[in-house]
Write a protein that binds this ligand. Structure first.
Ligand code: ATP
Length: 361
């Protein structure tokens, strides 16, 4: 059974619709990320699950229980926000023990839970330090621990890592995933950071402008984006999308990339789907799924910028209309001002309807 079901969920603030008819099933023990740019409706969705906001339409079920009219405190959810809420006049231990104490748990159990959560979140060495004076990083870890210690069946986290520094964020990604494995909680995690969603979530719900765009595993949304929004939003850099037209050739159906003076071949399954389609398309391929060759068949384009990012190199090519990026090993020859041939990996090519932005095939 699903742990959480959102059915035809709508949220309006006055005449503004922040969430448009959202349907989503979150499995028991699943780590679901709500991912999208600022203002897309992630927090609004989360606040309705938590019971902080009332839906304008639709239903929220926990198991088979309708949550309409069930107060936040009665929903059995743990909630961690972007801004940690902890008691600075208490020690870390007192902060962690606070919830179980309020719930009247016996001392021995509180001690056991504090020790276990502190161990998991690497807080053991600072258990007896006052919270005041600890770094933002550590305070957020305490805030997560304070909520997790109650072992809620449903754990809601809204951008919990957005105020911590980058190195710490990487550590916390692993810890949060571990925490969820350990407690087998259903976790809903709001973020605008696709790396966080990709690395931690079992499935990702990608949102934009109050509309759920796609739900899938990290690899599904990466490999098979449902539309150009998802194609651009997932991946760093996002998918390359070149304007083109389907065209018959002696190699079968290809995409004529007009401004680039090239035609690109298609995997057979896509060629078949595209035959049933009319109109202009966008030819999509991931920057990591193409090679740069000195010559030969492919898409010839000038290199504009060579960006060294450490482990790999991002090569920018083309002009405004034909801009693309290819991520290559550092030893691949690439000099700004020269022309090279871009060869997308055929099986990873994706095609989108140019008018609607929807994936074809
Ligand atoms: P962010 O990461 O910036 O919080 P988000 O995806 O979580 O973005 P929401 O906070 O859910 O977005 O907001 C969605 C839209 O609803 C935004 O345009 C926001 O301005 C609007 N909104 C949210 N709460 C209210 C409110 N109480 N009254 C009016 N508009 C609101």
């Amino acid at each position: 059974m699903s742990a959480i079901r959102l059915q035809n969920l709508v949220k309006r603030f006055g005449s503004f619709t922040a969430l448009k008819t959202m349907d989503l099933d979150i499995g028991d023990g699943e780590f679901m990320a709500l991912l999208g740019p600022s203002g897309c409706g992630k927090s609004t969705t989360m606040n309705m699950i938590a019971g902080m906001e009332e839906p304008s339409e639709g239903r929220i079920l926990f198991g088979d229980r309708d949550m309409a009219g069930v107060a936040m405190g009665q929903r059995g959810v743990g909630f961690v926000f972007q801004n940690y809420a902890i008691f600075t006049h208490m020690t870390v231990r007192q902060n962690l023990a606070y919830g179980p104490r309020m719930h009247g748990k016996p001392k021995a159990e509180i001690d056991r839970r504090v020790a276990s959560i502190a161990d998991l979140l690497q807080l053991t060495p600072m258990l007896d330090r006052p919270a005041r004076g600890l770094s933002v990083n550590i305070l957020q870890r305490v805030a997560i621990g304070r909520s997790a210690i109650l072992e809620p069946a449903i754990f809601l986290l809204d951008e919990p890592l957005s105020n911590v520094d980058a190195a710490f964020r990487a550590v916390m990604r692993t810890e949060l995933k571990q925490l969820q494995r350990e407690f087998r909680q259903t976790m809903v995690y709001v973020t605008h950071d696709q790396l966080e969603a990709m690395t931690m979530a079992d499935r990702i719900a990608v949102m934009d402008h109050g509309v759920l765009q796609q739900v899938g595993t990290p690899l599904e949304v990466y490999n098979n984006p449902a539309n150009v929004f998802v194609a651009r939003f997932i991946g760093s850099p996002g998918m390359n999308l070149l304007p083109g037209k389907p065209s018959e050739s002696d190699r079968g159906l290809v995409v004529d990339l007009g401004p680039l003076g090239a035609t690109a071949p298609l995997p057979p399954s896509l060629a078949q789907a595209l035959r049933r389609h009319s109109g202009d398309v966008l030819f999509g391929f991931r920057p990591e799924q193409a090679s740069l060759e000195p010559a030969g068949p492919g898409i010839t384009a000038p290199i504009t910028i060579v960006e060294r990012i450490g482990a790999r190199t991002i090569v920018h090519l083309g002009d405004d209309e034909t801009a693309m990026k290819v991520v290559v090993d550092n030893d691949v020859a690439a000099d700004a001002g020269t022309s090279v041939v871009v060869v997308p990996r055929l099986d990873t090519v994706r095609i989108f309807d140019r008018a609607t932005g929807t994936a074809i095939g």
